[in-house]
Write a protein of this length. Structure first.
Length: 613
């Protein structure tokens, strides 16, 4: 074959579409010393254009769902890049290790299937075997009826028929098998919950969705009375990431629903205008994390006009940080009382919600523990700014509330800036709480109710015009110190406590009449608004005169500081006070040069409560 024929043959192969031709013949030189040379085909496989499957934008009369799903299944792993534009879909099904890069493309969900979703990121269940022995919380070995169904280094689901609450579903968690010995299964972690044989506990094989991701999409759900669905459904998924997406009009399903999943990240997404297309009930949530999930991170997202909770969490080891929530009809952040532990709620901006942050829930069967609420700003809440509330049958443990700013609450009913109820170990430190807006009803700026072992320390509390600065009821071992309180109706209210301590607080208000006998009170400083008045002191051919001055009834509970001054006249006078008590004092006036005069002198006085107790 001649050189010309070789060149023609090579050109044909280069223009061809067979396995060994086309872009497989084009080399790409490495750009970095430690990199490797690639063919153009290898480079192309790193980011694949959705157009290769015939997917075209702006054809809303054509349902593109099947083509998108086929593209993701065919690729196996890699990135599929979507051309910006509008696409009609029903439900996209993500695949493991595939990233759907949407570049601002809009997906319009066209169907109204009951509780359907626009994007499905889900794994599958396999064979199951019942447990033959109860599995307690914090154990790592369980006994099953048929161990031959399982093998090591695979994922499984442990569950029983106990329901955390009607929305959260079954008691369950996703775990990894370390080893199998007969019917004994050793897990890689200790169980977060307990599972009972009488509740039909079982171990279920799982084929999880792993490493799927989607970014840059706008999901538009139908805003009609017939629509009944949501945005992303994430179930039995591990290590999946969803970033820079927008979901509009979530309804009976939330914008993001995470269940039975771990290592899930939601970052930089936006959710707008949750709706309630059905009659009655609460729908249209932002993010709902439930059913045995863990290690879920929700950061730098925006939630605007959400019809229920912006973030409802039932997952352990979860984080809600640096998000913006404006206008949630129920609660911005609600952990819902599912028995979850190690939850961080940090650095969020929350405005105009019925409640700001609510940890635990009095009607559920478990309490949330090890919760950190720090550096959030919460404005204009309908009821409470921050609340941790449990039923009397159980308590949350180890709650840290630090460096938050809570401003304005109690618009729909009497509320508290920070409300703690049935908690073992509550630490409320360095927060700023105020409520000076008209029409707000303040029960208390900080309220401890049935707390065992707590600290209220170094908080700045302002403007509870209709309420109490700090209230503690039926609590034991609470230390209240270093707080700065001003503009309140009453600085403190305490009933039925034991071993509590009120120490070294600065209060710009009159001291309360009583603190209950269960609270030791020492070294506090009250600085009240002064009481002022004037008296006329008469001289009759004399150089000295005095008279008694009485304070208004119950003006002071202790001895105040008194300041007196005589008004200027043609004769110089010096005014002094003596015999000061909580009921009054004696004012004395003498002529500065010692001469006798006949006249009336006006003496102004101020009395200021300033005492330690």
């Amino acid at each position: 074959m001649s050189a010309d024929e070789d060149l023609i043959a090579y050109a044909a192969r280069l223009a061809g579409f067979d396995e060994n031709g086309g872009d497989a013949l084009v080399g790409m030189r490495k750009r970095y010393a430690q990199a490797v040379n690639l063919t153009q085909r290898e480079k192309n496989r790193a980011r694949i254009d959705a157009a290769e499957w015939g997917i075209r934008p702006d054809q809303l009369l054509v349902d593109s769902t099947e083509l998108f799903n086929k593209a993701m299944a065919d690729v196996g792993r890699g990135t599929i890049s979507v051309t910006p534009g509008e696409y009609a879909i029903t439900t996209l099904k993500l695949c493991s290790f595939v990233h759907l890069e949407c570049n601002g493309a809009t997906f319009v969900k066209t169907d109204s299937a009951k509780r359907s979703c626009a994007v499905s990121a889900t794994g599958d269940e396999g064979d199951a075997s019942p447990l033959v022995r109860n599995a307690s919380r914090a154990v790592s070995c369980i006994e099953v009826e048929n161990g031959s169904l399982f093998r090591e280094q695979t994922w499984v689901l442990v569950r029983d028929n106990v329901h955390i609450n009607k929305e959260n579903g079954r008691n369950q968690e996703l775990v990894y098998i370390k080893s199998v010995s007969g019917n004994t299964i050793e897990l890689n972690v200790r169980l977060h919950r307990g599972y009972a044989v009488e509740a039909k506990a079982e171990l279920v094989n799982v084929k999880p969705l792993i490493g799927a991701s989607m970014s840059g999409a706008e999901i538009v759900l139908q805003r009609t009375e017939k629509f009944d669905g949501g945005g992303f459904a994430i179930d039995l998924a591990i290590g999946c990431d969803f970033s820079e997406n927008t979901v509009r009009y979530p309804d009976s399903m939330p914008a993001f629903r995470v269940s039975r999943s771990t290592l899930i990240t939601l970052k930089g997404n936006e959710v707008y205008d949750g709706q309630n297309a059905q009659t009655g009930g609460w729908f249209g949530q932002g993010v709902d994390v439930n059913q045995g999930s863990s290690l879920v991170t929700v950061e730098n997202n925006r939630f605007i006009n959400i019809n229920q909770n912006a973030f409802q969490n039932n997952a352990g080891y979860s984080r809600f940080a640096f998000n913006v929530v404006q206008g949630a009809a129920d609660t911005a952040v609600n952990t819902h009382g599912s028995g979850s532990s190690h939850i961080d709620i940090v650095g969020n901006y929350i405005e105009g919600c019925n409640q700001g942050i609510a940890v635990s829930f009095s009607e559920n069967t478990a309490a949330d523990d090890n919760v950190t609420i720090a550096s959030n700003r919460i404005l204009n809440s309908g009821v409470n700014g921050i609340s941790v509330a449990n039923a009397k049958e159980r308590s949350s443990h180890r709650i840290w509330i630090h460096n938050n700013r809570v401003e304005g609450f109690g618009f729909t009913s009497g509320g508290a800036g920070i409300y703690i109820h049935h908690v073992e170990g509550a630490f409320v430190d360095s927060n700023v709480v105020s409520n000076n807006l008209p029409g707000a009803a303040t029960n208390a700026l900080i309220w401890f109710n049935t707390v065992n072992d707590g600290v209220v320390r170094n908080n700045i509390l302002r403007d509870a015009i209709k309420g109490v600065g700090i209230r503690w009821y039926e609590s034991t071992g609470v230390h209240i110190s270093g707080n700065d309180i001003a503009g309140v109706l009453r600085p403190f209210e305490a009933v039925g406590n034991s071993r509590c301590r009120l120490e070294s607080n600065m209060i710009d208000a009159r001291p309360p009449g009583e603190i209950d006998s269960g609270t030791l009170v020492l070294h506090n400083s009250w600085q009240a608004e002064p009481i002022a008045g004037s008296v006329e002191v008469a001289f009759l051919e004399s150089s000295f005169a005095s008279m008694a001055v009485l304070f208004p009834k119950d003006a002071f509970t202790g001895t105040p500081v008194v300041i007196v001054s005589a008004e200027s006249t043609e004769h110089p006078f010096i005014a002094q006070y003596s015999n000061v008590s909580k009921t009054g004092f004696t004012v004395s006036v003498h002529v500065a040069n010692g001469g006798a005069v006949t006249q009336v002198v006006n003496v102004n006085w101020n009395a200021l409560a300033h005492l330690s107790a």
